[in-house]
Design a protein around this ligand. Structure first.
Ligand SMILES: *Cc1c(COP(=O)(O)O)cnc(C)c1O
Length: 387
């Protein structure tokens, strides 16, 4: 029986007599083995009951849950989204390899590729991946990886995952950071991606109380990334793994409601006299709308908009908000705003940093939570009038 998404979220997996409905948190860092030979086997198998950095039962349960939601053979959970991204990149790229990366990508992902991995001999080319041909035409004999983020941070650019997947030759991986969509609204693997990546800190956790990252994909690729995770020590800890599973149970209802409220607010922002532009993939006028409405099941909980009057006006607007706090991150139950311009300028180490930040003057990135839309709009409207 194929189960619907929301059913999978809350389905009880434990079988047998009198099983707990909530996964136990196993804190043990090490386990006793019945014999030396069995101890050796447990290590060789990468058992989740050997040593906690190799794997632990609570993290393994969280990884299985996410992989099932993504329709993947296997998955892994990490101590942060960047833990997932850095581990996956290090497991994939070697000196002499070429990577094609969407230009609008999470700031630390860009910095890692543009500094550390460049120093290690990996050449990264940043392209405007909103046009799939820009990716295809950048392919070289030594291209190993295409890495895209969709919807992107912070301007919600949309990349056509299926179009890029179709154009890739075997041997080139396609990694998708789908944090902004979450598995509730987007299924990158079904569209042809070879690895689906999320910062679990955002919608998956959903309550601004856990740092985590996840990847899902085919068994052999996950095995290679698991080996790198073992070397780097980037596994998620059991308490956070439990919180992740707890958060994921309500993923569907949360994200659908957040997307509904975000669309309602985006529609109200468009005609506002103090708003210059609004980015939201489910607005019919948005550049990404045609692709987003095909490859997503909702526009997501993040809206970006530009306040008239540039950065100074955007700061005045944010300071004037009474209900909505200024805070980084996204995907939580509470609505928050940040000024990506101010934060991106400080992403050290990239030549591209200032180029990327410059067009963001006046931009507000808003993560929409579960409040009543009327309260959110009242706060946005009064702050826009003040700005
Ligand atoms: C937050 C975020 C990350 C990094 O995740 P952390 O959990 O903060 O390490 C990566 N990609 C995207 C799109 C994000 O929003």
């Amino acid at each position: 029986m194929t189960l619907g998404f929301d059913t999978q979220l809350v389905r009880i997996r434990a079988s047998g007599d009198n099983q707990p409905l909530s996964e136990p948190i196993v804190l043990a860092t090490t386990y006793s083995a019945p014999s030396a030979v069995r101890h050796r086997e447990l290590f060789q198998e990468g058992a989740t009951t050997f040593y906690q950095r190799v794997g632990n039962p609570t993290a393994a349960a969280a990884a299985r849950l996410i992989a099932d939601l993504e329709g993947a053979e296997d998955g892994l959970v990490f101590g942060s989204g960047m833990g997932a991204i850095s581990t996956a990149l290090l497991a994939t790229l070697r000196a002499g390899d070429h990577a094609i990366v969407s230009r609008e990508v999470f700031a630390q992902t860009r910095t890692l590729l543009d500094t550390t991995l460049r120093d290690y001999g990996v050449e990264t080319e940043f392209v405007d991946a909103r046009v799939a041909e820009n990716v295809t035409s950048a392919i070289r004999p030594n291209t190993r990886l295409v890495y895209v983020e969709t919807p992107s941070n912070p301007l919600l650019h949309i990349v056509d995952i299926a179009a890029i997947a179709r154009s890739l030759t075997p041997g080139i991986e396609l990694y998708v950071d789908g944090t902004f969509g979450s598995p509730a609204l987007q299924s990158p693997l079904a569209l042809g991606a070879t690895l689906s990546i999320h910062s679990a800190t955002k919608f998956l956790g959903g309550h601004s109380d856990l740092l985590g990252g996840v990847v899902s994909g085919r068994r052999e690729l996950i095995a290679r990334i698991r080996h790198m995770q073992f070397l780097l020590g980037t596994l998620l800890d059991p308490h956070a793994a439990w919180l992740l599973m707890r958060g994921v149970r309500t993923l569907g209802v949360r994200v659908r409601r957040q997307a509904e409220s975000a669309l309602a607010l985006a529609r109200k922002l468009v005609p506002h006299p103090n708003v210059q532009s609004v980015s939201y993939p489910y607005l019919e006028a948005d550049a990404g709308y045609a692709i987003a409405s095909r490859q997503m099941r909702g526009g997501g909980g993040v809206v970006s908009f530009t306040v008239k009057g540039g950065t100074a006006a955007a700061r005045r607007f944010a300071d004037a908000l009474q209900l909505i706090p200024i805070a980084t991150s996204l995907g939580g139950v509470e609505t928050i705003v940040e000024l990506p311009y101010d934060l991106d300028f400080l992403s050290e180490g990239t030549d591209g940093g200032n180029d990327v930040a410059a067009p963001l003057g006046g931009t507000i990135r808003m993560s929409v939570g579960l409040e009543d839309v009327s309260d959110l709009w009242a706060d946005l409207d009064q702050a826009l009038r003040t700005a």
